[in-house]
Design a protein around this ligand. Structure first.
Ligand SMILES: Nc1ncnc2c1ncn2[C@@H]1O[C@H](COP(=O)(O)OP(=O)(O)OP(=O)(O)O)[C@@H](O)[C@H]1O
Ligand SMILES: [Mg+2]
Length: 315
């Protein structure tokens, strides 16, 4: 593919300062997304998934690294331009339904609100809100307030709100986490449909592998580091043989090759093979590299999910 990536994350580090401590939520994230692609991120609680989405949504800034969305360097955006980016270029859907919608506004007035903030004239925003609510299957419910709608319906309104200003990037943080199976499938079918119709690029966090299946690619995030892309073409999908052996793809084998031992963990999102390293030593190294706060880490001595980058040939 010779097209420029739509999203580029380069060595993204995010540390939160809490009292006198640093919490390192993201430890050097590198990834790209093509325009129109849908990527799912799975990973345990505290892995840094929401932190990453917040950075891409312009709601927070990384401690170090580079973030480019649709040719815009997010770190260069300030003031009005940053507000514009949040309002017009990216749409968010959160797991917590109450975070997506204003309880005292009808579905229609929830959808018109972001357009109002973006300066869209009254008649036009009403028309577009009606179209969006029709597209999400809620034409008959548009005058109801969120409390009069089911959870699934509320999340579909949330998708319409996220789409209000026709963003190019949709960020979904556990959008189906609070829904039953069939409502989750409805919301995901809807996202899929909108994605095709509007050539949306979608980054979605989920704990649900069935939901992750909607994506073109599934990435794992653990302890602030991305693991390998775990989606394979069908013919390369590893299979367990009768005696319980599995032939790992080369990319996985090279990640594990140097580990003296491999820890096997059963996690909600699947089974994790992890090279065993001294966790404490790693964390100390990161914290040292992190200081001073704003400088990008010169050398990264820690391993990312057992993964080495070129600059880390020594350890
Ligand atoms: N505003 C903040 N201030 C301090 N620490 C934070 C803040 N936000 C996140 N963290 C910490 O950063 C780490 C990653 O948090 P994050 O919310 O990104 O994880 P997550 O993968 O979204 O988890 P979950 O699946 O539970 O939503 C955690 O250790 C968390 O406690
Ligand atoms: Mg989260």
């Amino acid at each position: 593919m010779d097209e420029k990536p739509f999203v580029t994350c380069k060595r993204i580090v995010k540390a939160y300062r809490v009292a006198k401590h640093e919490i390192v939520a993201l430890r050097g994230i590198d990834f790209e997304m093509q325009r129109g692609e849908m990527v799912a991120i799975i990973g345990p609680s505290g892995a840094g998934k929401s932190s990453l989405l917040n950075l891409l949504g312009g709601l927070d800034t990384p401690t170090a690294g580079q973030l480019i969305v649709d040719g815009q360097d997010l770190l260069e955006l300030r003031g009005r331009k940053l507000a514009d980016y949040r309002l017009k270029h990216v749409g968010f859907v959160w797991q917590q339904i109450e975070r997506n919608l204003f309880a005292h506004r009808s579905a229609l007035r929830n959808v018109t609100l972001p357009m109002m903030l973006a300066g869209v004239p009254g008649r036009e925003r009403r028309k577009r809100a009606e179209d969006l609510l029709t597209a999400v299957g809620l034409a008959e419910h548009m005058h109801k307030k969120p409390a009069a709608l089911s959870g699934g319906q509320q999340q579909r309104v949330a998708v319409a709100v996220a789409m209000a200003n026709a963003p190019a990037l949709l960020l979904l943080d556990e959008p189906t986490g609070a829904l039953d199976r069939s409502s989750a499938a409805q919301v995901m079918d809807l996202v899929q449909e909108l994605r095709e119709r509007y050539a949306l690029t979608v980054l979605m966090v989920t704990h649900d592998l069935e939901v992750a299946n909607y994506a073109n690619r599934v990435l794992t995030l653990r302890d602030g580091a991305l693991g390998q892309d775990i989606s394979h073409p069908a013919e390369e999908t590893p299979r367990l043989d009768d005696s319980g052996r599995i032939r790992l793809p080369d990319a996985v084998r090279s990640q594990l090759a140097e580990a003296p031992r491999i820890a096997v963990e059963i996690r909600p999102e699947g089974v994790l093979l992890r090279p065993e390293v001294d966790e404490q030593e790693d964390t100390d190294a990161i914290l040292q590299d992190m200081l001073p706060q704003d400088a990008p880490p010169e050398k990264r001595r820690w391993r990312l999910f057992g993964r080495r980058t070129k600059s880390e040939s020594r350890s």
